[in-house]
Design a protein around this ligand. Sequence first.
Ligand code: ADP
Length: 763
Amino acid sequence: MFRAINDALPVGIFVLDSNLRCIYINPRCQQITGLSLEQSANDGWLRIVPEDVRSNILEKWPEELPYRGEMQLMLPDHSVIWVNVLVTAFEEDPASGYLGTLEDITERKATEATRLRRLRRDNRDKSRILNSITSTLPLIIYKVNAKGIVTSSIGAGLKSFGFHDHEIVGRNFFEMYPETADIFRRAMAGEVVRDVSSYIIDGKEAFFHNNVFPDPNNKGGIIGFVLDITSVRQAERELMETNADLQKARRRLERANLLLDASQDLSKVGGWEYNFKTGKAYGTKQMFAIYEVPEDFVATYDNMFDFYEEDERRILKEKLAIALETQMPVVFEQRLITYKKNRKWISGTFLPMVENGQVMMMRGAVMDITKRKEDELELVKAKNTAEVAALAKQQFLSNMSHEIRTPINAIIGMTHLLIQEQPKPEQKEMLEALKFSGDNLLSLINDILDYSKIESGKIVFEEVDFNLRVFLDGIRQSHNLQAEEKGIRFEVRLDDTLPSVIVGDSVRLAQILNNLISNAVKFTQKGSVEVNIRQYKQQGSDVWIDFSVADTGIGIDPSVHDHIFESFTQASADTTRRFGGTGLGLAITKRLLQLQDSDISLDSAQGKGSVFSFRLVFGISAQQHTKNFSSIVTQYDSLKGHSVLLAEDNEVNVLVATRFMQKWEMDIDLASNGQEAVSKVLQQHYDIVLMDLQMPVMDGYEACRLIRAMPEPRFKEIPIIALTASAMAEIKGKVIGAGMNDYVTKPFNPAELYSQIRKYLTI
Ligand code: ADP
């Protein structure tokens, strides 16, 4: 029964004698130890007890009864097991032997060991983490007991306070940090306190986040957990400052943008930019305002060209291409059609932005110049209107002068004729007075016409070859008579060194000299009038000539020297009464010289005579040898045998001209208009034709053109002299242009008419 129970027991049972020799092991024990009854008998069981504990067991067991312990066994198959052993004395007397139980706890031990290993590893990891935390993070962990004495302190944060781990252990916290005493007291009283305090460390403000709470294992004590947040605070502050800076910058940018917009708005200048790399375009507010595009308009490289008409677009693209190629700024003025279909003028620039030799970006400015362009167009219009008005005025004057000159021509012409008809002496005197008044009236009209022409800037100076000596002969002859009549000596002196043929405007030079000489003769009662022409210098193909007209007349008070060159002014109030005149002569003279970059000077005093002088530059003609004939003659040789056709519609002019030509014994034929003149020239041979310009049916120009257009050579050769009442200088060009040889102005001066006819007749 006992054996049966013993066999069935789940616990191993063994019996040792008083000498620790094995007497019995039950089957379970045999199972656990792997030993049979025989194998374990006597000292056999000791083989499974590891040698290092064997002696220990042999000594300890008898003394520490009942012995309870765990131990390892090494089984015959070399496996190691853990067993729980209970050894008691058999029947209370150790001498009678021992009874022991054996329990296999290998499995339990194994799980325990892994748990332990895991626990150890966990602890190791935790402490490593804690270490790294406490040694790297600005952290302090400390314990303070109820008396305020620090019992433990670790953490890199201690360094901020100048301590190492545990260095403050043993010191009184209240004394060390009185400023945080309140927090400690509250925590000691059981409260969990969290707060941020600041300390001055090394002259710098440092911030700490305190977490203080009661120590659960130490009544009245506290555990503190401090985090140094100075750098966080610093970063925070910097961030705030950066933010403030950013905001400031943004505000500045906004202000700059506002200013840009305002100034662009004022100046009507817009700006834009196109990035070739990103393909992005940007335009300022004013740019969009100029193009009148809506706010959400997206400008691109292409669509900005849509605002131009085809031709304008082509030009603009060409300019852009130039800017791209030359990498230099290009300026343009273009017409634009805005988004709202308004027409505008813009002036703009392409400004290439070059990087590493490549145009990376194109910038530009656009200015609305519509107003300026409109003003310019207005100005052009106004100028045109003014020009048209001036032309109309001149046309009017020309017409008027024609209208007035025609009757004057008649008066002067008839007077000429009458004087030559051997009148009675008292009649001659009256006729001379009539001629004087007529001449005066004519020169008055010529002066007014001339002056208005000069003032309207219409005067053009000719560049024509003329023989200076012949020219001066003419001048001399036209004043000789008058001087002779007054009994004053009149002389024209010419410097021998002067070239014979010079290039310039002889008509204007004659006008100037005639003005000065006629004044000199007019204001001189006795003595002389001297005209001096001297060469000042020659340079290249130009010659500078000094002219002076000196008289021994009444002279001019220096106080009025400037005054007399103004229009319509005379030296004294009684001049007109005594001498006549309009006061235009000197004004015209001065203007004519000014227009040729010269001026007139006067040396005179009352009663001392006057000297007027000026200097003009002329070209020297390459053609120095010309036929030396006098243009003005006083002796009329007979022109018998020469035929002339006079085409003139004005009966008085016909009368005057025929009378003269009859005196020269010419064969005269008449035509009263251009058409008649042409048919007569075609039918008959004339030696010369005198052609009035303004005639009914067909004017002189047309008639001349028709004659010259005839195929036979004689129609090309026949001399045609124009008769003109116009004082316009341009008339000469027109006359030559129509194929005429020369012209004679009306009223006919017999000498002039004679010399012109004579010049073209082959005698
Ligand atoms: P006018 O047609 O009245 O002569 P001018 O302009 O030729 O007008 O001359 C203006 C004035 O200057 C004359 O009226 C006269 O008083 C004065 N004057 C011009 N030339 C002379 C001169 N050689 N001697 C004295 N006075 C002169």
